[in-house]
Design a protein around this ligand. Structure first.
Ligand SMILES: [Zn+2]
Length: 97
């Protein structure tokens, strides 16, 4: 069972993990400090494979490693509303994908 990883669940998980900061980033091992940008990361098992264990990861680490796949899924699911759709092409910068 996977359960819904919705906004409220993420918020709760984030609040739970936030109390543990500083804690090691599950991707790079360096501390995630309060005030840094960080994500709730499903690690070591990605959520789509049934992982339920979560750890803090730096935003950069999460989006640059396994996060790429997760972000692709998230972005596909997160259909187009304001932010992406309404921004002019020139403001999006170069997407190196
Ligand atoms: Zn990290």
């Amino acid at each position: 069972m996977t359960g819904a990883w919705s906004g409220r669940v993420v918020m709760n998980e984030r609040a739970r993990l936030a109390k543990r900061l500083p804690a090691p980033c599950c991707r790079c091992g360096k501390p995630v400090l309060p005030g840094q940008k960080w994500h709730v990361d499903h690690y070591p098992i990605p959520r789509e494979f049934g992982g339920t264990e979560t750890h803090p990861a730096h935003e950069h680490c999460n989006t640059s490693e396994g996060g790429k796949r997760g972000a692709a899924i998230t972005n596909a699911r997160r259909q187009p509303t304001a932010s992406a759709a309404m921004r002019p092409e020139r403001d999006r910068g170069i997407r190196g994908i």
